[in-house]
Design a protein around this ligand. Sequence first.
Ligand code: BGP
Length: 477
Amino acid sequence: MSKFPKDFLWGGAVAANQLEGAYDVGGKGLTIADVLPGGKKRLEMLVNNTVPLDIDKTKYTYPNHEGIDFYHKYEGDIALFAEMGFKTFRTSISWARIFPNGDESTPNEEGLKFYDRLFKECKKHKIEPLVTISHFELPLALTKNYGGWKNRKLIGFFENYCKTIFERYKGLVKYWLTFNEINIALMAPMMTLGLFADINTKDGAKDIFTGIHNQMVASAIAVKLCHKIIPDAKIGNMQILSPIYPYSCDPKDVIKAKLEEQFFSYYCTEVMARGKYAPFSNRIWEDYGAKPDIQPEDFKILQDGTIDFISFSYYKSSTEKAEKDSTRGKGDIMNRVQNPHLPRSAWDWEIDPIGLRVAMNDIYGRFGLPVFIVENGLGANDKVEKDGSINDDYRIDYLRQHISSMAEAIRDGVECMGYTTWGCIDLVSAGTGELAKRYGFIYVDKHDDGSGTQERKPKKSFYWYKKVIESNGENLD
Ligand code: BGP
């Protein structure tokens, strides 16, 4: 008997801005993602608040402007996902295809039609779309004209956007997620909140806490609206989940790791799952010397709009110690201490399958809501052999170990709705804007220098994942 429930949602995940391309086609407005330059400097810009807000092709490249041209090639790609047996496909709607500046009252019909076609294509292949409403794709005009999410006006614009897409896609989309990786705003506020702020300054912390608060209010409004418009829908949050281990059993390290984890992993989900701020939030606001601007009516809104399930990305665990030192990892946005027990990927991310079991048990134990793993995968340099094959055994290995660990967590009693691997087809990386960091089961002939035919080619992992799905997770060989 499979450890996975029989209706387990196996599939893959992507985001509009990382694969659609066609960044200025069909009446689409610009988003934050469209002004983010490609290359390793991107992460620095995001963390140091130096993202240029205008496109400058003389200085930078923008691989996501073309992406993998999913906008025009989605039919073939979905057929390939269907061949692997996907039960679900996670993608996002680009807000600026529907409302180019984010604040219009009437939607752009051409944008709506694109997603009509896309979701119908999924349904044709019996694939349930799992749709992220906002995945690092804030319309740029909302940053330029309103200062991003610290401005409460965005709550109303988001509500209008949600109402429009729920009404339009109610017969096609049953599973929804509100804000992708909402907690990443604590480190890279431009990515999700569309604003520059440094959490280590009082003003910066105020903007970040207020921006996140406004998003959580907007998310609660969306949950309520979704239940009203699509009664059989399920709508969840989406956060990064990375358990934070103490570097040693020195109680100073233990308390440091625990408090960091409490803040990073649970600050938002406490509100979104329980409808109110956790008691520890006051201490956080005290320590940062700033509180979010909260309106009296928000408390009821948050209470009335709690999520149906918790979704998260899991790539790696993190490690913390009380003392600051130079062993901190350079590759990722979290900049934590290096764990000497774990191997690291070519992009310097820890590889820790057991961490997924830890994370699943922790979050399920805390909230008791079903969980959905909506991102997990390995970014790697893939090589096309002379005979055209791509032998990505390292990816198979990574996924095999993580799926085994997920199965253990299910045996531990965790209720898990599904698993969508990140970047089921090669796409542009969010953190570094590269195409070279490949995650897919499907290779795409497109490169960072702009060359490539956009031809698709199944990798070895494609055939492996097909067997995994066919056997409902029993055959991982
Ligand atoms: C998450 C994002 C995704 C995705 C993934 C992998 O943070 O939700 O959009 O890209 O991480 O990260 P990267 O693309 O930087 O390798």
